[in-house]
Design a protein around this ligand. Structure first.
Ligand SMILES: Nc1ncnc2c1ncn2[C@@H]1O[C@H](COP(=O)(O)OP(=O)(O)OP(=O)(O)O)[C@@H](O)[C@H]1O
Length: 312
């Protein structure tokens, strides 16, 4: 028997007035995995997550979480899932430690609150009222509240937004350990590195639609494609992509990333590298770096949508 997925979304459509936030989206999340829903701001990630959490009723389509309807079977589902919202989730005057202790007391077998606070660097702000916590501390408290009840499945919305590097790595470590302990993690993110380093599977969404799914390796392997990344010292002239495309010939895509860099994707090999370097010479362009390398998720997004994720 095929095990029931942790989350199964079929044909989900969600609108806010004239805005289509989620557009006929279908995806599955397998158990015991970390799954990232990756996409730019406004892609529909939070709306999708809120529908899985039972905060929104699907306007079209079907959502099942641990086999249950998140709206109709909410009472059955709630004790089995943990939710970290993008913002809020605690009373403004409550102290961080009190809030976490309160949430822990609602569960039959909570994690050790002291251990969790230490792991997430919350011990030092335990007496601070929620509204006085920094953005990163509020995020860490939100994560602690989501996992303290040992849920089977946690939904985390942009778990490391606003965190410094140290806190981000501690969060990734905790999420990895949860997965090893058999917890399914579904996170939304617009950080490519987060998806690449943490997720077993990535669903890339844009304008409410699923545009690619797979493991980071499957998504970046992409046939014969490698990527050449050209970074220059002075901004490119506006005609650069067009002229480079003409110099490289058919089958090679030239995608501007910003004023100083572009990505060339196609059968990237020594011949193409040679042509790029000749084009630089003929056009008086001084490369700062010219790299041939494995595609990353940023390249995948760029190829699929024609625009870079960070600025999309
Ligand atoms: N309550 C709302 N009322 C009206 N429009 C909304 C509302 N919530 C979201 N939207 C719109 O729906 C679209 C999808 O938003 P959503 O928050 O789901 O995306 P997101 O990928 O999570 O983005 P972000 O990372 O910025 O939160 C956006 O165009 C957004 O402006």
């Amino acid at each position: 028997m095929v095990p029931e997925p942790a989350v199964e979304i079929t044909g989900l459509t969600m609108r806010y007035g004239a805005t289509v936030a989620v557009d006929d989206l279908s995806l599955r999340v397998e158990r015991d995995s970390v799954t990232a829903v990756l996409g730019p701001n406004g892609a529909g990630k939070t709306t999708t997550l809120e529908t899985c959490e039972g905060y929104r009723r699907p306007q079209a389509g079907v959502v099942r979480v641990l086999g249950l309807d998140p709206v109709r079977q909410r009472r059955e589902l709630l004790p089995r899932i943990g939710v970290m919202l993008q913002a809020g989730g605690a009373w403004s005057g409550v102290r961080a430690a009190e809030m976490l202790a309160h949430v822990a007391s609602l569960h039959a077998h909570p994690l050790d609150v002291g251990m969790l606070s230490d792991r997430l660097g919350l011990a030092e702000c335990g007496r601070t009222p929620y509204r006085r916590l920094s953005g990163g501390q509020q995020q860490r408290l939100g994560l602690a509240m989501a996992v303290v009840g040992r849920p089977e499945l946690v939904f985390v919305d942009e778990p490391t937004a606003g965190m410094d590097v140290g806190a981000r790595h501690a969060t990734w470590e905790l999420l990895r350990e949860l997965r090893e302990a058999g917890v399914t993690v579904v996170l939304t993110t617009h950080y490519l590195e987060e998806a690449e380093r943490l997720a077993d599977r990535v669903h890339i969404i844009d304008h409410g639609r699923l545009i690619a799914s797979g493991s980071p390796l499957e998504l970046t392997r992409g046939g014969s494609h490698a990527t050449i990344r050209l970074v220059v010292t002075e901004p490119f002239p506006p005609s650069a992509p067009e002229s480079l495309r003409a110099a490289l010939g058919a089958g090679i895509e030239v995608l501007p990333v910003d004023a100083y860099s572009l990505v060339i994707s196609g059968p990237a090999d020594a011949t193409t590298l040679g042509k790029v370097s000749r084009w630089c010479e003929e056009n008086g362009v001084l490369p700062e770096s010219l790299n041939l390398g494995q595609r990353n998720l940023e390249d995948v997004f760029l190829e699929l949508t024609g625009r870079p994720l960070e600025t999309a």
